[in-house]
Unconditional design. Structure first.
Length: 327
C-alpha cells in the first residue's frame, strides 16, 4: 500500500515512525508545515513531522498553502493509495480528498464527535473528562466531521497532564492506524456517521489561557494546570524585592491539588496565601483552596511545594497576583 503522510506536530512523528517500519506499507512522500522560527534566537527549525521524515530519508514537501496546483501535481506523481493525516494544520481541498483510491484518513486524538479541533487532549483534561480515546476517520471537507472508521477508548487518570495523556494517545493512534489500513483496503471497515447532536469543539490553545484567574474555583484551576502542562503552562506572579525595589516574578504552577475549605476556617480572598504546610502553600480561590505541589520560578528548575516554601520568602496573607501589577 502506497501512503502519503501529512503531519506536523509531535504526534505525527510517532505515527509516521509506525507507518515507515510496517513491512506491508510504503510511505512514498511526506507533507509537513514549513520551517518556523523557534527558541530564543528565533531561528528557523523544522517541525516534528519533517524531522522524522528526514530520519528515514523520505521526500518532503513543506508548502505554505497545501492546495496549490504544484503541490497537487506532486501528490499525483506520488500516486498514493491512501493519504494519512495526523495533526497537519491545513484543510484538504476537494481535489486532494478525491485523489487517493482509499481516500484521506485522519488520526484524531478524541472520541469523535466530541472535541473536534486542534487541542482535544488539553480540552478533555480541562473539561474534567475521565475518558477519551483515538478516532480513525474518513476525511471530508469539514473539520473532523467525516465518517468514523475505528475508535478505541483510553482512560484519563487523576494525575494525567496533557503531556502524559498525549504520549499514550499518540502510541494508541499509531497502533490503530496500523490496524485500520489493511482492513480499509480489504473493505472490512464500515463507516459510521458522526452524531451531530453530540459535537463539541477543542479550539487551539493560546498563551493567554495559562494566566491564572484566582476567582475561578480551585477544582477548575487544578484541571487547567494539568491540561496546560507542558504548554502554555499555568502561571501567576509573585512580588519579590530586588535591590530594595518590588518586582514581579513569573511563577509556573505545574502541579496542584484542589482542597475544600476546612469547617470553621476563613476562606480568604482569591489569590491570598492562606497557610504554609510541608506539602506546599495553599492559595485561596473563588471556591476552595489550591495547594501548590510543583512550581518553577523564572529560569529555575521544577521544585516541589516544600522546596518552594523553604527557598522563597512567602508570607501568610500576601496576595498572589493574577497579572503583573508592578511595572
Amino acid at each position: 500500500m502506497r501512503i502519503v503522510f501529512m503531519g506536523s506536530a509531535d504526534v505525527s512523528s510517532v505515527v509516521l515512525r509506525a507507518l515507515v517500519t510496517a513491512p506491508t506499507l510504503q510511505v512514498v512522500g511526506v507533507v509537513t508545515q514549513p520551517d518556523r522560527p523557534a527558541g530564543r534566537q528565533r531561528r528557523l527549525a523544522p517541525c516534528d513531522g519533517k524531522r522524522e521524515a528526514e530520519l528515514h530519508g523520505l521526500p518532503v514537501l513543506t508548502p505554505e498553502k497545501l492546495n496549490r496546483p504544484e503541490v497537487i501535481e506532486q501528490l499525483v506523481t506520488w500516486a498514493p493509495d491512501v493519504i494519512v493525516v495526523v495533526a497537519y494544520g491545513q484543510f484538504l481541498g476537494a481535489r486532494i480528498l478525491a485523489l487517493p483510491p482509499l481516500g484521506c484518513i485522519n488520526v484524531h486524538l478524541s472520541l469523535l464527535p466530541l472535541l473536534r479541533g486542534a487541542a482535544p487532549v488539553h480540552r478533555a483534561i480541562a473539561a474534567g473528562h475521565d475518558l477519551t480515546g483515538v478516532t480513525i476517520m474518513q476525511m471530508d471537507k469539514g473539520m473532523d466531521s467525516g465518517d468514523i472508521l475505528l475508535q478505541q477508548t483510553e482512560p484519563i487518570f487523576f494525575d494525567d497532564t496533557a503531556g502524559t495523556l498525549h504520549d499514550r494517545l499518540s502510541a494508541l493512534g499509531a497502533q490503530l492506524i496500523l490496524q485500520a489500513l489493511p482492513a480499509l483496503a480489504a473493505g472490512q471497515l464500515v463507516p459510521r456517521q458522526q452524531n451531530e447532536l453530540r459535537v463539541t469543539f477543542a479550539p487551539k490553545l493560546t498563551k493567554e489561557e495559562g494566566h491564572i484567574d484566582w476567582t475561578l474555583p480551585a477544582c477548575e484551576l487544578a484541571l487547567r494546570i494539568r491540561a496546560f502542562n507542558p504548554w502554555p503552562a499555568c502561571h501567576t506572579w509573585l512580588t519579590i524585592l530586588r535591590h530594595g525595589r518590588p518586582q514581579q516574578e513569573r511563577l509556573k504552577i505545574l502541579q496542584a491539588d484542589a482542597e475544600p475549605v476546612p469547617p470553621g476556617a476563613t476562606p480568604g480572598e482569591p489569590g491570598q496565601l492562606i497557610h504554609l504546610a510541608p506539602l506546599g502553600p495553599a492559595i485561596a480561590t473563588g471556591d476552595g483552596w489550591l495547594r501548590l505541589r510543583a512550581v518553577q520560578r523564572a529560569g529555575g528548575r521544577v521544585i516541589d511545594g516544600a522546596a518552594f516554601i523553604c527557598g522563597f520568602p512567602l508570607t501568610v496573607g500576601q496576595r498572589i497576583q493574577d497579572a503583573p501589577a508592578i511595572p
